[in-house]
Design a protein around this ligand. Structure first.
Ligand SMILES: *[C@@H]1O[C@H](CO)[C@@H](O)[C@H](O)[C@H]1NC(C)=O
Length: 375
């Protein structure tokens, strides 16, 4: 470790500390900590006893996970700093002078301590936002991996989010599990098959068993936050996630590219909901799209019988009705009183299954491996 490098590192760390101290002082003192932030501080401070850095907060994969979006984690990228420290330590181990090694080690430890301190300080200033539980039903088809890739990397931008990916399959598809691990959004990969009796229907109630499995998981594992059914064939503006996470009961907003009207939306007059605009009403009380509403987790828990019916076209309506009592006046309107479109039902065009591979012609080529990915 060169002295100049050491000085540079020390300078960066001191600047960060001074900045954060001033930032802390500029915020009115918070008199009542939430229990969670106290726990956070305790958890973090005990880890400072470890000699090597453990970056608990940014690496947690529990539903209440912090992710890097929360200022100032972003500003002081914890992971990068730690990785850097590790890398430099490795280099210094190959160096000949033991004293330099020691210095480096101390500096690394100091860096880790500084990061931990900064984290505990900031987590008490900014308690994490309510968690979001995203329920995504999916099934094996040519577009599956493509759609999950797009959705997954969208969700990756959102803090404190847990992704429930539920396949209509006998067992989880390995390629899907691998993709979820690679995208690295905190997730649970579950399966839920459509009951036998519906499988021969011409119009199948797709995604119902999956979504009900998701609701079951939430009832068993979540205690606060908001749930949202995010199908894999939509396009999502990030703003909608940060709006929906403060839903108290049920919130709604427009969804673009639905029916011949081009949009499905609550009709809003003077800031209150007065009906629904959707190309197909079909006698529904709530003629909305699956991507157009979110539900508070505690509100769901207070309705123990709420679930989605196996009734094509009436899944949303049936589920929202099962949350009764729920009046139209209680619906919280998002997307600036429903004047913006933050979700689009883009859908991928249906693709035919891939043709069989001519194995006499293409054996011992990459195509054999590629074929494993295709449906
Ligand atoms: C929605 O409309 C109401 C009533 O007009 C208004 O008070 C409120 O500020 C509006 N909200 C937004 C986010 O525009």
């Amino acid at each position: 470790m060169r002295t100049s490098h050491k000085m540079y590192l020390t300078f960066i760390l001191s600047s960060a500390c001074i900045f954060l101290y001033q930032y802390h002082m500029s915020i009115p003192r918070i008199t009542s900590f939430s229990q969670q932030s106290i726990n956070e501080v305790i958890t973090t401070s005990t880890t400072t006893k470890n000699l090597l850095p453990t970056v608990k907060i940014s690496n947690k994969t529990t539903p209440s996970a912090y992710t890097k979006n929360l200022f100032p984690y972003h500003f002081l990228s914890t992971n990068n700093l730690t990785k850097q420290s590790f890398t430099t330590t490795k280099h210094s181990q190959t160096a000949s002078e033991p004293s330099i090694q020691n210095d480096m080690y101390n500096l690394t430890t100091f860096g880790a301590l500084a990061v931990e301190t900064v984290n505990s300080l900031t987590s008490s200033i900014h308690p994490p936002p309510p968690p979001l539980y995203i329920i995504t039903p999916t099934y094996r088809r040519p577009e599956q991996l493509a759609e999950l890739t797009r959705l997954g990397y969208t969700l990756k931008h959102i803090s404190n989010l847990f992704w429930l990916v539920i396949e209509d399959a006998e067992k989880p598809t390995t390629l899907v599990t691998k993709l979820l691990q690679k995208i690295n959004v905190p997730f649970s990969h579950l399966v839920a098959q459509m009951p036998e009796k519906f499988r021969k229907n011409k119009v199948k109630p797709r995604g119902v068993s999956n979504r009900n499995r998701g609701l079951e998981w939430i009832r068993a594992n979540a205690s606060d936050g908001v749930l949202y059914f995010a199908d894999d064939d939509n396009t999502y503006d990030l703003d909608i996630f940060d709006e929906m996470r403060y839903t108290k009961k049920v919130s709604m907003w427009p969804v673009g590219l639905i029916t011949k009207y081009g949009v499905s939306s609550p009709i809003v007059r003077n800031g209150t909901i007065s009906g629904f605009y959707d190309g197909w009403i079909g006698g529904r009380k709530f003629p909305v799209d699956m991507a157009g509403f979110a539900v508070n987790v505690n509100f769901l828990i207070s309705r123990p019988n709420a679930s989605m019916p196996y009734k094509p076209g009436y899944e949303e309506d049936g589920f929202l009705k099962s949350l009764s009592p729920l009046n139209l006046t209680e619906i919280e309107l998002m997307a600036s009183n429903c004047t913006q479109i933050l979700v689009w039902h883009t859908q991928s065009k249906k693709n035919p299954n891939a043709m069989a591979l001519d194995m006499t012609k293409y054996n011992n080529t990459n195509l054999v491996e590629l074929k494993q990915i295709l449906v």
